[in-house]
Design a protein around this ligand. Structure first.
Ligand code: ADP
Ligand code: MG
Length: 404
């Protein structure tokens, strides 16, 4: 079965269309620090506005505890959306209450309202299907159809993602369609050589992707905090760097499997070791087999891949036709340890083929380092969702839209 797309919903003129977006943007002091997800929602919203629909936008933001919490209000997002659409956007102070009902009733054809954070209601993320169903039924009163476009949440069985899509005629929006198109290109006949670059903090977060991708790729490059578990598995001491002892056997298994399958496993040959985990820590470059031989001895912490490794990674990336990258190469939040991530990001922009960045922190890293989105083949809006897709898992928010 294939995903139901917008055209399956028929004419939307004058219809109330609920759009489940993922507008979960990072906020600092009420200011949006990265509006990538708001921008990503525009194609679908513009299509619905142009079709004369009455557009009811809903989303979650942060992790409020199932009750209203002003720091997680979607109001600044509604304002940003209005600027980006170049049109007024109404805002409802509740999700399914009086304010939402009134705001939806006053919509004109082509008008847009954002209703308040879905997660101000315990039913949205409840583990209890009946509670989710009850909240979905409240939401369903606000619309005639549902367009599901929050790719970042399709791996979650939540009221607005799953139950609501069963209650109303529903279809996927353009963002979900685009994301799936790209992820399909990574799984069905990717152009070769196909390289996967993995980093981030923990191996245990990425085990599923590694084991699913090992039989499918030509090259795996490992950086970030997880590299130390690989180095340790190779027999190197890693001082006080991030290490997951309980994953050593699994990682040894991956190293053996890669060798067996002829997958090139590219591990760091040097790392940047710091005196402590802080932005202004003293640091030195050490060979991968001499991490404890810096001035910091056994208390040194590896916070980035070294320059030799970064150059090698860049060369392998540029020489690949398909590249998927998830996870920063180092603690990029500290400028002194962002060089590896920057070199890898730069190399991705030079790929003669398809380059995809997945993962919330990875997407934030490339933008923070000054790379514009259009320099990559695709930057996924969904970290967990894209990883689960690549792990070959069934995603409830897509299955309910007919995808199998
Ligand atoms: P994504 O969100 O892109 O999937 P992750 O959440 O897995 O990425 O990891 C991102 C985090 O990994 C960043 O906050 C970064 O600081 C951290 N990280 C990268 N390298 C290291 C390291 N050597 N030690 C500790 N943390 C690291
Ligand atoms: Mg993350």
């Amino acid at each position: 079965m294939t995903l139901r797309t917008l055209d399956t919903l028929g004419s939307l003129e004058g219809k109330r269309v609920i759009v489940r977006c993922d507008l979960n943007v990072p906020l600092r002091d009420g200011i949006i620090t990265d509006d990538g997800r708001v921008r990503a929602s525009l194609p679908t919203l513009n299509a619905l506005i142009n079709a004369g629909a009455r557009v009811v936008v809903c989303s979650h933001l942060g992790r409020p505890d199932g009750a209203p919490d002003p720091q997680y209000s979607l109001e600044p997002v509604a304002q940003r959306l209005s600027e980006l659409l170049g049109a007024p956007v109404a805002f409802a102070r509740d999700t399914v209450g009086e304010s939402a009902t009134e705001a939806v009733a006053s919509l004109e054809d082509g008008g847009v309202v954002v209703i308040e954070n879905l997660r101000f209601n315990p039913g949205e993320t409840s583990k209890d299907a009946a509670e989710r169903g009850a909240f979905a039924a409240e939401l369903a009163k606000l619309g005639d159809v549902l367009v599901s476009d929050g790719f970042g949440v399709v791996h979650r069985k939540q009221a607005s993602v799953y139950e609501l899509a069963e209650l109303l005629p529903s279809a996927a929006g353009l963002l979900i369609a685009t994301e799936l198109d790209v992820l399909d290109r990574l799984t069905e006949n990717p152009e070769r050589p196909y390289a996967v670059v993995l980093g981030g903090s923990k191996v245990s977060d990425k085990l599923g992707v590694i084991s699913h991708l090992l039989p499918r790729v030509d090259r795996i490059l490992v950086g970030g905090g997880m590299l130390f578990t690989f180095l340790k598995a190779q027999g190197h001491a890693v001082a006080s760097s991030l290490l997951e002892e309980d994953q050593l056997d699994t990682v040894r298994g991956y190293i053996a499997e890669a060798a067996e399958r002829g997958v090139e496993l590219v591990l760091p040959t040097d790392v940047v070791v710091a005196a402590s985990f802080s932005a202004d820590a003293d640091h030195e470059v050490a060979a991968a087999d001499a991490i404890e031989q810096t001035a910091f001895g056994a208390s040194g912490i590896g916070l980035d891949i070294g320059p030799e490794t970064a150059a090698r990674f860049a060369e392998v990336i540029r020489g690949s036709k398909t590249v998927f990258w998830n996870g920063p190469m180092g603690v990029f939040e500290f400028p002194a340890f962002a060089a590896g991530t920057k070199t890898v990001a730069q190399a991705l922009t030079e790929v003669d083929g398809l380059s995809v960045v997945g993962g919330g922190d990875s997407a934030a890293a490339v933008r923070q380092l000054g790379f514009s989105d259009d320099r990559f083949g695709h930057i996924s809006t969904g970290g967990g969702a894209s990883l689960e897709f690549l792990e070959g898992k069934k995603l409830p928010g897509l299955e309910v839209l007919g995808w199998a």
